[in-house]
Design a protein around this ligand. Structure first.
Ligand code: SAH
Ligand code: SF4
Length: 391
């Protein structure tokens, strides 16, 4: 079984490229400056140089040192010998009939990450990024929940998911106006608030005005309800908050989301009320997956309305997306509409989310990488290799 690495300090942020150079893409401003100091750039010029290079990497998306025309040729050459601008390996790219794109990216041996680009009908589009490989929580309706946690992703690995999508959509430079990728949602694999520090660092990189340049209100953190992290994450990121609620009474919620036992609804709602910056223009989104015969009756709708009282909120109703072996069915369309009408009549926007990318298993809750298997097979390969070389 894979050993989970929970502590990001144990990970080397300065990963090596495939040819042993240090990888720069995905690093934050400070790490980039530190790498340049270590390389030997004149300390008086580090600020200026790292600013230039940061801009080339994150505004222009360059992968070739030759493009950095405001850096003298000899310096470019020596930088290119030490540092690589390469992206991680894109193992698979699938495009759904509805235009949704799913990427499977290998960040490191055995660390495979999925992210999904969802174009909207309007001019916006969201990238659903992963914050962990696997998940420690075992929500009954979620495919990721069946995959053990392999490890937390680093800020670099989160930012790289955005860069890979930008490459694929051909949306460099960041400062160009017509971008299809406008929003980032932490709704891929994993629980972002079990990895708050790296997620917050990644948000800083993604929102840097001289770089990828996303507005903080265009970033959404989605959590299953890690109560002690909610306010802190809001302070650190100033991002929008989504709560995966799915049930409005403790008994049912604990049944389908075991985390509710540790952090029951009373505590969860108190943390929501304390979320920084809440207002009518900055509402919390409550996600509610529609499970046939489980949480979809008018009684459940009433409980939900009572629970939300006094919170600037909107409710996203998500038709359940099945996956191989999933234990639930999606509620009937009529039931979902009746539920939506009730919530709406109580004064909360309650859009029904159209499932996207179901044909390529890219819809909410369908992501589950093969990392564990990969790790096992790679380990076997290594074991064979060392057996071959051992006398
Ligand atoms: N761990 C975080 C973010 C990832 S899950 C969280 O739980 O919020 C992203 C969203 O997809 C969550 O609202 C989750 O509850 C929902 N989801 C999970 N499995 C689903 C499924 N099979 N069908 C529809 N939505 C699902
Ligand atoms: Fe983890 Fe979120 Fe899936 Fe629950 S819904 S298992 S918290 S990824």
């Amino acid at each position: 079984m894979a050993t989970p690495i929970l502590n990001n300090e144990a990970l080397n942020v300065r990963e090596q490229s495939r040819d042993d150079r240090i990888l720069l893409a995905g690093l934050g401003r400070k790490e980039l400056a530190d790498a340049l100091i270590e390389f030997g750039i004149d300390p008086k010029k580090v600020r200026m140089r790292s600013k230039q290079i940061f801009h080339w990497i994150y505004n222009y998306g360059v992968t070739d040192w030759e493009a950095m025309t405001n850096i003298a040729k000899p310096l470019r050459k020596s930088l290119s010998e030490k540092f690589s601008l390469e992206r991680p390996e894109l193992i698979e790219r699938q495009v759904s009939v509805d235009g949704t794109r799913k990427y499977l990216i290998r960040m490191a041996p055995g660390i495979e990450v999925e992210s999904v680009f969802i174009p909207a009908v309007s001019k916006t589009g969201a990238l659903c990024v992963s914050s962990q490989v696997g998940c420690t929580l075992t929500c009954k309706f979620c495919h990721t929940g069946t995959q053990k946690l392999v490890r937390n992703l680093t800020a670099r690995e989160i930012a790289l998911q955005v860069m890979v999508a930008r490459d694929d959509l051909n949306e460099w430079p960041s400062s160009s106006v017509e971008r299809k990728l406008t929003n980032i949602v932490f709704m891929g694999m994993g629980e972002p608030l079990y990895n708050t520090e790296e997620v917050a660092k990644a948000v800083d990189i993604i929102c840097d005005r001289e770089g990828l340049s996303f507005g903080r209100r265009r970033i959404t953190l989605s959590t299953s309800g890690v109560v002690p992290e909610i306010v802190k994450a809001g302070q650190q990121t100033q991002a929008m908050l989504a709560i995966s609620l799915h049930a409005a009474n403790d008994e049912l919620r604990t049944q389908i989301m075991p985390i509710n036992k540790k952090y029951p609804l009373k505590d969860l709602m108190a943390a929501c009320r304390a979320y920084p910056g809440l207002s009518n223009s900055k509402r919390i989104t409550f996600e509610y997956v529609m499970l046939k015969g489980i949480n979809d009756s008018p009684k459940h709708a009433k409980q939900l309305i009572n629970l939300l009282k006094g919170i600037p909120a909107k409710v996203n109703l998500i038709p359940f997306n099945p996956w191989p072996g999933s234990p639930y069915e999606c509620s009937d369309w009529e039931t979902i509409e009746t539920f939506a009408d009730k919530i709406n009549a109580a004064g909360y926007a309650s859009p029904i989310r159209t499932p996207r990318g179901r044909d390529i298993l890219a819809a909410c809750g369908q992501l589950r990488s093969e990392s564990e298997k990969m790790r096992a097979s790679e380990r076997r390969k290594l074991e064979h290799a060392s057996a071959d070389t051992n006398p």
